[in-house]
Design a protein around this ligand. Structure first.
Ligand code: MV4
Length: 484
């Protein structure tokens, strides 16, 4: 491969191009009219405008992107995350055009894009699954019988749903029929597929996912777990690796299960197998994400593996150079997603100009960033500005460094989730490791954050006052004494 096009924008486009460049391969960026001056455009060897700002007129135009590749003699397309990354038709069209899709084959994307197809594919592979049914509900009578067997509360899920969309908890039988009807109609209009199914509702799970890598020669391995339980409305906020709750035995069991999930769909490339983890330390397969994930850097820190480099080597047809037994977890990594959102105002997107924008620096600090001082935050895309990642010998060290890095991160002009992140990293439930997917709902309120900010400004004022008084004292010292 001599030239790779990155079909994405922002921090992930930059991050991917850095690995491509490191491997001596040329980079091609695409951009919308809103991103003309974006850092990913400046970084690339070549850049092509693919259309106006809205994604469906630019970053989502698969055929246009393939045309650009043909014109520029591009050998491979890296889709990043979001946009076209999990579009099986696009992956297929890329391969048909004789261009390498840096990701799994379209078959695996298609299977994992449907929760029911995924359940069906893995059922012969001895993967723990939440008690439930593995086919779409067509008959409410049958559904009632199954729900009674599973035991309430149950959860209705849409097969084509993702990110929690279309899920409904049902507490008792009398609500089941009505909720199923609503779920089917909602799934039809939202995803064009009305297939829904039911599962036992796991009330307070943790979200633990396993990173896998598979080459085209049948070798599949896992790179341990990431814990992503701190999320808000299915939007992850903080991720870490390793998880505080796993021991070596469970880690190995989950890793092996994840590898079997990948094998079940003939997976190729980097992928992530998501599990729910309950209070009794049971884990259950949820779904597989067939892309490079936002939170991949925490895995890179604890394993020393460059996941994008591995993706490209796999796409070139190389045999994985890493062996499972060579992989060891070293240290602890944390990631905070820095969104241009106002945590004081229901996390509303905060658009505007980055009047001041200065990143923290340090050997164990990594900032995967897509913005520069003076830039506008566009309203058309995800409002994530950057990911702040820290690394330490252990979790405590990584947390302390994270708090320092948040303090050193200077943003003016738009609100960000930095102070919200600090609230979480300083919270006892987080530091003790005793939290689940309800962390934000259980512990966060704008008032609490406000109090913390005020306490901090008081403290800052006190420190400033003390310094002032000390300086005054020094000034009043007699010359002779000051010299001594
Ligand atoms: C569940 C669940 C409880 N029980 N399934 C949310 C998104 C989708 N990937 C699956 N999700 C869930 N499935 C059963 N049977 C709870 C969630 C869930 C969740 C999962 C992972 C991370 C955050 C979450 C937040 C709310 C609900």
């Amino acid at each position: 491969m001599k030239k790779i096009l990155v079909a994405n924008r922002g921090e992930i486009a930059l991050r991917i191009m850095k690995s491509i460049q490191k491997m001596g391969i040329k980079t091609v960026a695409i951009f919308s009219e809103a991103d003309r001056n974006a850092p990913h455009v400046k970084f690339a060897d070549e850049a092509v405008c693919v259309g106006p700002a809205p994604s469906n007129q630019s970053y989502l135009l698969g055929n246009k992107i393939i045309e650009v590749c043909k014109q520029l003699n591009v050998d491979g397309i890296h889709p990043g995350y979001g946009f076209l990354s999990e579009n099986a038709d696009f992956a297929e069209a890329v391969e048909e055009a004789g261009i390498s899709f840096i990701g799994p084959r379209s078959k695996a994307i298609r299977i994992m894009g449907s929760k029911l197809a995924a359940k069906d594919a893995v059922k012969k592979y001895d993967i723990p699954m939440v008690p439930g049914i593995d086919e779409a509900i067509t008959d409410t009578k049958k559904a009632k019988k199954i729900a009674a067997e599973i035991g309430y509360p149950i959860l209705i899920k849409a097969s084509a749903g993702g990110g929690g969309k279309g899920m409904r908890v049902v507490e008792q039988e009398k609500d089941l029929e009505d909720q199923i009807k609503r779920a089917i109609s909602e799934a039809k209009s939202a995803f064009g597929d009305g297939s829904v199914f039911i599962e036992k509702y796991v009330a307070s799970p943790r979200h633990i996912e396993i990173q896998v890598l598979a080459d085209t020669h049948g070798n599949t391995l896992h790179l341990f777990e990431r814990e992503c339980s701190v999320q808000r409305r299915h939007q992850k906020v903080i991720e870490e690796a390793p998880s505080v709750v796993l021991d070596a035995k469970l880690r190995e069991e989950m890793g092996k299960a994840a590898v079997r999930v990948a094998e079940a769909c003939d997976y190729v490339g980097a992928g992530t197998v998501e599990f729910l983890f309950d209070e009794n330390r049971n884990f259950y397969f949820l779904e597989m994400n067939t892309r490079l994930q936002v939170e991949h850097p925490v895995t890179e820190f604890i394993t020393g593996v460059d996941l994008v480099e591995e993706q490209i080597k796999i796409a070139r047809g190389e045999v994985l150079s890493i062996k499972q037994e060579d992989l060891k977890i070293k240290g602890h990594a944390l990631e905070l997603r820095v969104y241009a959102e106002d945590a004081m105002d229901n996390f509303l997107p905060s658009v505007g100009k980055l009047e001041k924008y200065q990143l923290p620096h340090g050997e164990k600090i990594r900032v995967d960033n897509g913005f520069e001082e003076g830039m506008d935050v566009p309203i058309y895309y995800d409002p994530m500005l950057a990911k702040l990642i820290t690394y330490g010998k252990n979790r405590e060290e990584a947390i302390q460094l994270m708090i320092k890095a948040i303090n050193d991160y200077q943003v003016e002009g738009v609100s960000t989730t930095l102070s919200f992140g600090k609230f979480v990293f300083e919270h006892e439930a987080f530091t003790s490791g005793k939290f689940d997917t309800h962390f934000v709902k259980n512990y966060y309120s704008p008032e609490k954050l406000q109090n913390e900010v005020e306490e901090e400004s008081k403290l800052a004022a006190l420190v400033a006052l003390k310094q002032y008084l000390q300086d005054q004292k020094k000034l009043r010292l007699p010359i002779t004494e000051a010299r001594a």
